[in-house]
Design a binder for this molecule. Structure first.
Ligand code: FE2
Length: 294
């Protein structure tokens, strides 16, 4: 068996508005569209994934919160209805997904070997969170590639930020080791919004784009600064500024997906490609790709 590898990593944010705007048959609410530039950015990500033909998609979501340790989906097939607790008017999604349990178990084992508290999720009736689903649907609406779903232990929130980020970097290292030993070709998905300042009221028509713009100029400027560094391949500088970005832009990357992915990819100096940027209820969302393999 040849060594497995990470083909690419994507920042792939999960505002449920994007799924709502696409009107897929799985989602109950209907829309008139909206957030097109971000959805077109996801079309580019889909094309990349089509080219890469990965065996598995690994996604880390801030909205599957586990207080004790890092959990991995561990049931071969999961189906049911997922509802966004904040936007139940936009997201009531009938999901049906296949999990790569072998790789999930390997990731869990490697995480434990590196001293992290990690556990397999074996509840067959588990309701998969909207973050995991939105990211997966936006990058691969065919739902035909097995997934590894990873929870957010949110250690950067209750440990110091440095300690929390260090844990996520260890989880990334564990993920890479598991992928390499598996012989599989993997794509990583960090399900994160950048600046997370948002409006507190929804327009009467949620997809009324005349109401959509960055909520915070400061948050927007931080996002542009960080995206520019990523586009130049200056990932060490991104990680050096990470705590300030999190603090000043209230960035959702704090929940750990971003450092997990960057560490798993061994801090790539490959310039990231920005597929697109847009706001959703004022938050900053970038779809970005680090292509590691041809
Ligand atoms: Fe979120």
């Amino acid at each position: 068996m040849s060594q497995g590898k990470i083909l690419a990593g994507f920042v792939a944010p999960h505002p449920p508005h994007l799924v709502y705007a696409e009107n897929p048959p799985q989602n109950e609410p209907r829309s008139e569209g909206g957030w097109e530039p971000l959805r077109w950015a996801y079309e580019k990500a889909r094309k990349s994934i089509e080219e890469l033909k990965p065996d598995v998609l690994l996604v880390h979501s801030p909205h599957w919160i586990t207080t004790v340790g890092h959990h991995f989906l561990g049931v071969e097939r999961l189906s049911g209805k997922s509802v966004d607790p904040i936007f139940p008017n936009l997201f009531r999604f009938a999901f049906d997904l296949n999990v790569d349990v072998d790789l999930a178990e390997a990731c869990c084992g490697e995480a434990q070997a590196l001293g992290l508290t990690a556990k397999m999720m074996r509840n067959p009736n588990f309701r998969v969170d909207y973050g995991t689903i939105t990211t997966l649907h936006m990058v691969r609406p065919q739902w035909d590639i097995p997934v590894v779903g990873i929870s957010a232990n949110n250690s950067p929130y209750y440990l110091t930020l440095d300690e929390g980020v260090e844990e996520m970097e260890r989880l990334g290292e564990a993920t890479r080791r598991a992928i390499e030993k598996s012989g599989k070709r993997a794509v990583l998905l960090a399900s994160n919004t950048f600046s997370h300042y948002h409006f507190h009221e929804e327009p009467e028509i949620p997809e009324d784009m005349s109401r959509e713009h960055p909520q915070s100029y400061k948050g927007y400027k931080w996002d542009m600064r960080m995206i520019e560094l990523m586009r130049r391949g200056e990932i060490r500088e991104v990680m050096r500024l990470f705590p300030e970005w999190v603090e000043e832009a209230f960035a959702e990357v704090k929940s750990g997906a971003f450092p997990w992915m960057i560490s798993a990819m061994e801090y790539p100096t490959t310039p990231a490609e920005l597929h697109g940027y847009g706001t959703v209820i004022g938050t900053g969302n970038a779809v970005m790709e680090w292509r590691l393999a041809a």
